[in-house]
Design a protein around this ligand. Structure first.
Ligand SMILES: CC(C)(COP(=O)(O)OP(=O)(O)OC[C@H]1O[C@@H](n2cnc3c(N)ncnc32)[C@H](O)[C@@H]1OP(=O)(O)O)[C@@H](O)C(=O)NCCC(=O)NCCS
Length: 173
């Protein structure tokens, strides 16, 4: 059984070590998620502390997926647009499932939770980007997202190769 939880200002700090481990696992498994090999663990810790600060200030909504024993196996973030003319809009970031439990439907469930939460917060237009021709593209397409373009040679992968990035949107009805 997988439990989903939106972290709060009160409990986000306690999850940071597990979130750092999840991100490291993703980078080491080759995911294009902002870091390259060799990564500096201090950069990853600093990143999660910045996310925690954003959760506390209300500028990010942070979802985690846990097994029944409490171990953290997945995450996703929503960053609501700050501009007055984008108050219906948000960006989905850092969708990650632990490498040992991929292809069990956790990613799909994370995206369903994202939809439900975003809709409840009146964020009805979601955007994201992901490495072209990767598992993320299949996940988002299966979850009803629309690709509106691919920028070739957009980002480096952890192994140093440069890859295209696909940009997606989803209108929540
Ligand atoms: C992208 C990612 C989040 C997908 O997570 P996931 O938990 O594997 O996603 P799902 O299990 O819901 O779906 C993935 C695949 O498993 C399949 N699947 C789901 N449940 C399954 C089951 N019970 N049995 C067999 N296959 C299953 C899905 O059909 C899908 O197949 P496809 O890739 O051929 O389309 C994961 O690969 C990941 O963390 N990647 C690294 C980070 C990353 O790149 N994130 C995206 C950019 S931010």
């Amino acid at each position: 059984m997988i439990l989903f939880e939106w972290l709060t200002a009160e409990n986000v700090d306690a999850a940071l070590p597990d979130l750092a481990a999840l991100l490291i696992d993703a980078v080491e498994s080759g995911a294009s998620i902002g870091y390259m090999m060799p990564y500096d663990p201090a950069d990853i810790d600093a990143y999660w502390h910045s996310v925690a600060a954003a959760v506390k200030s209300g500028n990010k909504w942070l979802l985690v997926a846990r097994l029944g024993n409490g171990s953290l196996v997945g995450t996703a973030q929503i960053e609501p647009a700050g501009k007055a003319n984008g108050r219906h809009r948000a960006e989905v970031q850092k969708v990650i499932v632990t490498s040992r439990l991929r292809k069990h439907g956790i990613g799909t469930k994370l995206m369903t939770e994202v939809d439900v939460y975003a809709r409840a917060k009146q964020r009805t237009l979601l955007l994201l980007d992901t490495r072209a021709n990767d598992a993320g593209e299949r996940l988002y397409t299966a979850c009803g997202w629309t690709c509106f373009g691919v920028v070739p040679a957009y980002a480096f992968s952890p192994d140093g190769s440069i890859e295209g990035t696909a940009f997606y949107y989803k209108h929540l009805m």
